[in-house]
Design a protein around this ligand. Structure first.
Ligand code: ADP
Length: 380
């Protein structure tokens, strides 16, 4: 039984092929520059044809007819989708209706879905949503304190993202600790170019830092994270910014990049080592915001069994993990610097002492999608 997992962007398709009996990864790849000038691949449909011939050439899959299912990462599922779902016309209609909530992502995800359905007609297609894991947030956590009809009529609320990653690392941690996930309280930190944190109580997400869109919360590569909404009025009224310019400023030119002109943390750390003041400041700000979220999630969870680091930064940047933990010893967060410096296997424990366990976990969103699909399609 083989599942192909697709993450379709506006000009790219990332894919992974799994054998679902052993959960082994058989192939992975990236089709890039779809529809770009001078690119041989004009659209997503051609992207699928390229992918099929690559898989065929490498000998792992003769044709898409040999697949048992195709899984699609879909960024925004709104309140409609709390679980993976078999895609039909009605599901496509709802994903389309959700485009205003995710104007960049959902259309690209839909391109992938439509191409897959056209290209491999008889294979079931499943959508797995980035927002689904956070559908367990209570109303007092997901509502913004706006007039209530903004939620009722316009669906303005916190949804949260990176759900498959938070879910994957939470399960992995539970497996490692040898306790049922339902018995654990966790803070999971997905720190990549995009970054978010989740408070998980008895295995369920009860709060998360990203909001109606992925802009809210932690400082990210190019996104500001939390800011005073008043800044937006100021930009418009006093500096003459248009709505689109504000969107670009906050989503593409802020965060680490806004402070030190670089959004790659590895490069920023090198610059900081060479005494680049703004690179140092960007790191301080990044770490400080994470500490604030850890503090507030400790308060809402009451008891925390483990804090889990994942994503490109969380998995690899030992120095950043160390900076985050420094000063938190009195609340039971005691990182062991020797353990912290070891290269990451699938999961590394990072502490010897302290009442809160610390882990780095290699996330695998595609595998999580495949596992959730298998549960839907064959029941385990
Ligand atoms: P995305 O959100 O785009 O999937 P990733 O999860 O791949 O991003 O994370 C990208 C970030 O991880 C970048 O800022 C990159 O510099 C950082 N990163 C990757 N490896 C390391 C490392 N060894 N040390 C520090 N930062 C790292």
């Amino acid at each position: 039984m083989k599942y192909l997992i697709i993450n379709s962007g506006s000009s790219s398709i990332k894919y992974k092929l799994f054998d679902m009996d052993s959960f082994a990864l058989l192939a992975s790849g990236l089709i890039e520059k779809i529809g770009e000038k001078n690119s041989a691949i004009k659209n997503h449909k051609q992207g699928f044809e390229t992918m099929e011939s690559l898989l065929n050439k490498s000998g792992v899959l003769k044709s898409f007819d040999m697949l048992s299912a195709i899984g699609h990462r879909v960024v925004h599922g709104g309140e409609k989708f709390k679980n993976p779902i078999l895609i039909d016309d009605e599901v496509i209609k709802v994903i389309k209706e959700l485009i205003p909530l995710a104007p960049l992502h959902n259309p690209a995800n839909l391109e992938g879905i439509k191409s897959a359905m056209e290209h491999a007609k008889d294979i079931p297609n499943i959508a797995v949503f980035d927002t689904a894991f956070h559908q367990t947030l209570p109303d007092y956590a997901y509502l913004y304190a706006l007039p209530f009809e903004m939620y009722e009529k316009h669906q303005i609320r916190r949804y949260g993202f990176h759900g498959t990653s938070h879910s994957f690392v939470a399960k992995k941690t539970a497996e490692y600790i040898k306790k049922p996930l339902e018995a654990l309280n966790l803070i999971t930190l997905h720190l990549g170019n995009g970054a978010s944190v989740a408070a998980i109580k008895n295995g369920k997400s009860i709060d998360t830092s990203m909001g109606m869109t992925p802009l809210e919360g932690l400082i990210m590569g190019t996104r500001s994270g939390d800011i005073d909404g008043g800044v937006i009025f100021y930009l418009a009224r006093n500096l003459g910014f248009s709505v689109d310019e504000i969107d670009t400023l906050l989503n593409k030119n802020s965060g680490l990049k806004g402070i030190c002109k670089n959004n790659d943390l590895r490069e920023i750390m090198n610059l900081a080592q060479n005494s680049d003041k703004l690179a140092k400041l960007a790191i301080e700000m990044f770490v400080y915001r994470i500490k604030k979220y850890i503090g507030s999630y400790l308060a809402i969870l009451g008891k925390v069994d483990a804090i889990v680091f994942t994503g490109g930064i969380g998995e690899n940047a030992a120095k950043i993990r160390e900076k985050i933990c420094i000063g938190l010893e009195n609340i039971g967060i005691i990182l062991d610097s020797e353990k912290n410096s070891k290269p990451l296997k699938d999961i590394n424990k990072l502490n010897k002492k302290g009442k809160i366990k610390l882990f780095a976990v290699r996330t695998n969103e595609e595998l999580e999608i495949a596992v959730q699909m298998k549960k839907l399609l064959v029941g385990n």
